[in-house]
Design a protein around this ligand. Structure first.
Ligand code: HEC
Length: 258
């Protein structure tokens, strides 16, 4: 009798198709929430980095703007040539560009820049708290300085949060997928390792792009790579937990051990 129970328990834990129902429920809930989270992360990237060059959609230029900056120009200047270009007339923009080029002095700001920003920028920038208040001298002066891209302190902070947080997500995605059937062990191991490798490429590329904008494409490849590997593992896991048994295809393969 005891032997029999052992046998059944062992069979249940063989692979995704035969997991006990509560474990399937646990794995499925996790996969659904993580899937939703990945989509939100994608949307957030489009809305922040994606808009960095003033155009919708993530491009190499966006990555360069975000990490390397635009060292031949200031943020104020590139915004006035980009997403803010319709907010002032070309004459007003010329005045602002001249002011930037002449060193963004306070006296000149009082007489020529302040009237423009009060009239053309204040209704958004002085009222929406998430936007820098470009009607204040200290704020606009900083935006008029050469844009050196991401700061070391903020990049360090984002990097460590990213590495710790995402490693946890990949751990459980990989753990669930390790019970999948129909993959040679080497391929399964490779798929489980792939997101971690791309994560290191991605975060490493942020730092490299800060030094040399030529690395921007690596950021995109990194992000794309781990999204793809995760999507393959998540969808395979759902398929094997629900569709395969529903079609009567409960596998007896020992997915994790021999
Ligand atoms: C209709 C609202 C609106 C007006 C008017 C407006 N802006 Fe903006 N501005 C925004 C929004 C929204 C963003 C954030 C999205 C983006 O960066 O494109 C932004 C971003 C910026 C940024 C980048 C800030 C940062 O730290 O990333 C600068 C610089 C800027 N605006 C300058 C100006 C100037 C100068 C004017 C006036 C000539 C102006 N804006 C007028 C809405 C406005």
């Amino acid at each position: 009798m005891a032997e029999n129970t052992d046998e059944i328990t062992k069979n249940k834990w063989r692979n995704l198709t035969s997991l006990p129902f509560p474990i399937k429920a646990l794995f499925t809930g996790y996969i659904l929430v993580i899937g939703l989270g990945l989509m939100m992360a994608g949307a957030q990237i489009l809305l922040t980095h994606g808009m960095a060059d003033g155009k919708f959609g993530v491009s190499v230029d966006d990555i360069v703007y975000s990490y390397y900056g635009n060292r031949s120009s200031s943020k104020l200047q590139s915004k006035l040539n980009g997403s803010m270009q319709d907010k002032a007339t070309s004459q007003e923009k010329a005045v602002i560009f001249k002011w930037i080029a002449s060193g963004a002095g306070e006296h000149e700001w009082q007489t020529t820049i302040n009237p423009i920003t009060q009239a053309k920028c204040a209704h958004c920038h002085a009222n929406i708290t998430t936007l820098p208040n470009v009607t204040k001298y200290e704020v606009i002066k900083e935006l008029a300085e050469v844009d050196m891209g991401a700061e070391t302190a903020s990049l360090t902070r984002v990097s460590h949060i990213h590495l710790f947080g995402i490693a946890f997500i990949f751990f459980f995605i990989g753990f669930i997928f390790s019970f999948a059937v129909g993959f040679p062990k080497w391929l399964k191991g490779l798929l489980i390792l792939t997101p971690y490798a791309f994560l290191i490429i991605d975060v490493g590329a942020w730092w490299l792009t800060r030094i040399d904008p030529g690395f921007a494409w690596m950021v995109i490849i990194g992000g794309f790579g781990y999204s793809l590997a995760s999507a393959v593992m998540l969808s395979t896991s759902l398929y094997q937990m629900w569709i395969m048994p529903w079609r009567g295809r409960i596998s007896s393969e020992k997915a994790c051990w021999d």
